[in-house]
Design a protein around this ligand. Sequence first.
Ligand code: HEM
Length: 140
Amino acid sequence: MAEKQTLATWYDEKYGKMPNASLFEQLGGTAAVDAAVDIFYRKVLGDDRINRFFEGVDMEKQAAKQKAFLTMAFGGPHNYTGQDMRKGHAHLVKQGLNDGHFDAVVENLGATLKELGVAGNLIGQVAAIAESTRNDVLGR
Ligand code: HEM
């Protein structure tokens, strides 16, 4: 059975992605988040600059958190505010979380999307969203 047709899927088949689709839709929505989770997490855990922050984190809950992270970075629907980001990372700031660590996460995110064949301009938009959370994540 073919996927249910909507105006957007009809347009996509005929002309390519709708230019006014949201960033989240242009990236492929939840399916794109699912595809990116494993690659991203593997990169983060393999990165000696930042993997210590993930030690002792509940692995079962981690998949859901990774999805929440990616949905947010992709500009999709999420329930987090700046205040939540501050609270969620405060214990890491106490352990020394800084700009260099933040840069490393953004770098791993970009590398993940590149590996998935995402266009450079969309990767730039994702990086800009991640960037907008920097001061909250770093607690300043
Ligand atoms: C790029 C900006 C970032 C965003 C949008 C983001 C987003 C999130 C979200 C949504 C959660 C789940 C919060 C919850 O519901 O508990 C989370 C948790 C977490 N984040 Fe981030 N994050 C960012 C940067 C970072 C950085 C730079 C690090 C460390 C290098 C980091 C490490 C963690 C860890 C370890 C957790 C799990 C905390 C725990 O369960 O103890 N995050 N993040």
